[in-house]
Write a protein that binds this ligand. Structure first.
Ligand code: DAH
Length: 357
């Protein structure tokens, strides 16, 4: 059998294939089941023994050449069709890709993440509580009985009463998680000290303006420990923790001061102020010329709250704080209108770094 003539015939057929489809057909004819090239190779078995080595070698060389020619022609077609696509008038490979807007973290999330990092590094644990809260945890357990004037200062979204479920509301602060947590750890066999933070969303039926929102974020903190001798958790511990926290979040060492503040669930209660970071205490429009900005209400946990949590106030003491996250974010970035946070304006939201530090 003349392998040379076969080879020439097949190579010519490959060169003559008009397009990819014709080439695929040819491929099947040559290499498919009963393919001509394979038949040629196989036909070695029909020859007398002494001719086999020479023929086998030649047939295999032909097979290789044909395979290579097929692959080269296939590549040629692929290149041609790419060229055709590239030169089509509506395709410009130099045009930059369409940019997809990337998501970014909300500034409140950025600051919350930083605070959570800081407090967990100080040994605090993250606690969650429900946004739909009972009247008991939101008020009564926090030493705010039904007729207490403090209830009026927190304009509450009450929920329609469901038979058997008591009175529910949208929590007006994260403080209810204080007693929830105490009750839970006492049930589990309390192993002091307890250090928790509770970041969360809160709601009040406020008229919205520059500094009031109906939906806002707080981060509650609670530290409780057993009294050893006459040593318990003290105001000094509270001040130190708060100063550390503000230094990290506001990225500078600011002077702080405590003023008495009234909250039924702490005794004594304080308002913690920082020296205005915008004017360094000289007086400006942000601090209303006072040189100080109120950032953080706090205090020593009221004995009644400890009792509601299942602890004996003779044996345990603690401090608590309730940070308004928006307020801290406003101070940190110099934002003067609280409505920006929930406003959904992309121009505002796109100003913040994509990921938290
Ligand atoms: N829950 C209070 C509020 O939203 C803030 C607060 C004050 C929380 C004093 C505390 C605290 O833990 O000790 O108005």
């Amino acid at each position: 059998m003349d392998t040379t003539a076969q080879r020439e015939r097949w190579l010519a057929a490959i060169a003559a294939a008009a397009d990819q489809a014709a080439l695929a057909e040819l491929d099947a004819r040559l290499f498919g089941a009963k393919g001509e090239v394979l038949e040629l190779v196989r036909s070695v078995t029909t020859l007398p023994k002494e001719q086999r080595p020479t023929f086998g070698k030649a047939a295999n060389a032909v097979k290789q050449d044909v395979e290579q020619a097929l692959a080269a022609r296939r590549e040629q077609f692929a290149q041609q069709s790419l060229q055709r696509e590239l030169s089509a008038s509506d395709f410009d490979p130099t045009e930059p890709g369409r940019s997809r807007p990337r998501g970014a973290l909300h500034p409140i999330t950025i600051v919350q993440n930083e605070l959570v990092d800081l407090f967990t590094s100080l040994g605090f644990q993250w606690q969650d509580g429900p946004e739909v809260e009972s009247e008991y945890f939101n008020f009564d357990a926090l030493n705010i009985p039904g007729d207490h004037p403090a209830r009026e200062s927190q304009d509450t979204f009450w929920l329609t009463e469901q038979p058997g479920l008591g009175k529910n509301l949208l929590r007006t602060h994260t403080s209810p998680v204080q007693v929830r947590t105490l009750q839970r750890v006492v049930k589990q066999g309390f192993q002091p000290p307890l250090k928790v933070i509770v970041p969360g969303r809160c709601f009040r039926s406020e008229t919205v303006d520059k500094s009031h929102e109906h939906t806002f974020y707080q981060m509650e903190g609670l530290v409780v420990d057993r009294v050893h001798g006459d040593q318990g958790i003290s105001t000094a511990n509270l001040i130190h923790t708060m100063k550390t926290c503000l230094r990290v979040i506001l990225e500078r060492d600011l002077q702080v001061r405590l003023r008495p503040g009234f909250f039924p669930f702490v005794e004594p209660g304080f308002e913690l102020d920082v020296n205005c970071p915008f004017c360094s205490g000289k007086g400006c429009s942000v601090c209303k010329q006072s040189g100080w900005i109120e950032v953080l209400p706090c205090g020593m946990v009221h004995p009644n709250v400890l009792r509601q949590g299942g602890l004996d106030p003779e044996e345990y003491t603690g401090f608590a704080f309730g940070m308004g996250l928006q307020r801290v974010v406003m101070l940190r970035y110099g934002i003067d209108d609280i409505r920006q946070f929930m406003g959904g304006d992309m121009r505002f939201l796109q100003q913040f770094p994509e990921v938290s530090r």
